[in-house]
Design a protein around this ligand. Structure first.
Ligand SMILES: [Zn+2]
Length: 327
């Protein structure tokens, strides 16, 4: 509606401008000519005067037509405005939509984030993957990226949900109800639909750009190399989910290691020592040789080894240390 009004005014203005501008110029020229001619007293004075008068009438006509069009349009706009106000005040459908709008609160975040890092060598830059660079950024600042992903996801879900709810609001207007307001049902619905469209919330922020750039400048500053990429929301979310999954996997692994270590009880330790005859299974020394005996995992727990008799053996502290050096 506003756009129509503006474009209409612009068109009227252009018509007026186009008609009035050249005639004004001409009349100025004519004036000069006219003055010159009066001095020389040429017979064409009368003709020029006529032309000048003709342009004057043209201007008046253009002005009047533009004025009439403008006034008519203003009247139409005012009538329309009053009718819209009346429908807005009385429509249950619009009232419900406005109530729904009050419950919606989209989240606003920056639309672009820039990350830049300098590499120490050209080789490092060549081997660097920007996906890995962004994964590193996400891992080191998880809450920041979680906030971005959550805000956009929230906006998307909330907006789709909002549209669904808004579309389900149907009109309650009846023929009699519209008659009381001085409308036909068809006319009332036309206004109601139009206002409903205006009052519907606009699409919120649906996307974000995370720009990553890694650069390397040669020591003398002669050569400058870089890699860069822009990630949109979907790509960012994929990398964010991947990073979170990696973190969970790592935590699960650490938890499993802790559980496996806890299975080594004093009783199990004694059983293994006894089974191995209280002797180191590598060098054969025993406590009387001045060594300290340990129960050792053959495949270490960190590498998936279990705390079961088949994976356990007795080692002296010297052999155990030698083993850990080799691991
Ligand atoms: Zn030993």
């Amino acid at each position: 509606m506003k756009n129509k009004l503006i474009s209409f005014c612009v068109v009227v203005f252009i018509i007026f401008f186009v008609i009035s501008l050249p005639s004004g110029k001409d009349s100025d020229n004519n004036m000069e000519e006219y003055e010159d001619l009066t001095v020389t007293e040429s017979p064409s004075v009368a003709n020029n005067e006529q032309t000048k008068k003709g342009f004057g009438i043209g201007q008046i006509v253009a002005l009047s037509v533009s004025g009439v069009i403008l006034v008519t349009f203003c009247i139409i706009v005012i009538i329309n405005y009053k009718k819209c106000k009346l429908v807005l005040k009385n429509s249950e459908r619009i009232k419900k939509l406005l109530e729904l709008n009050q419950t919606i609160n989209f989240r606003r975040i920056q639309s672009r984030y820039n990350n830049q890092q300098e590499c120490n060598s050209k080789r490092q830059l060549d081997h660097l993957s920007l996906d890995d660079y962004l994964i590193g950024l996400i891992a080191s600042n998880e809450s920041f990226y979680r906030n971005i992903v959550e805000a956009i996801s929230y906006n998307r879900n909330t907006y789709y949900d909002y549209i669904r709810q808004a579309e389900s609001i149907k009109t309650t207007a009846t023929e009699e109800f519209c008659k009381e307001l001085g409308f036909s049902l068809k006319r009332f619905l036309k206004y109601e639909n139009r206002i409903f469209k205006w009052k519907k919330l606009r699409k919120p922020q649906f996307n974000v750009t995370v720009h990553c750039k890694v650069t390397y400048t040669s020591p003398q500053g002669r050569n400058h190399y870089w890699k860069e990429e822009s990630y949109n929301f979907d790509e960012l979310k994929r990398l964010y989910d991947h990073t979170v999954e990696l973190k969970i996997q790592r935590q699960t692994r650490q938890y499993q290691i802790k559980i496996e270590r806890a299975k080594m009880t004093d009783s199990l330790r004694y059983d293994i020592l006894k089974r191995d005859g209280f002797r180191c299974q590598i060098c054969g020394s025993c406590a009387s040789d001045g060594v300290k005996l340990h129960v050792d995992h053959i495949i270490p727990v960190a590498k998936g080894g279990q705390t079961v008799a088949s994976n356990l053996r007795t080692l002296c502290d010297r052999c155990n240390m030698g083993k850990s050096d080799k691991m």
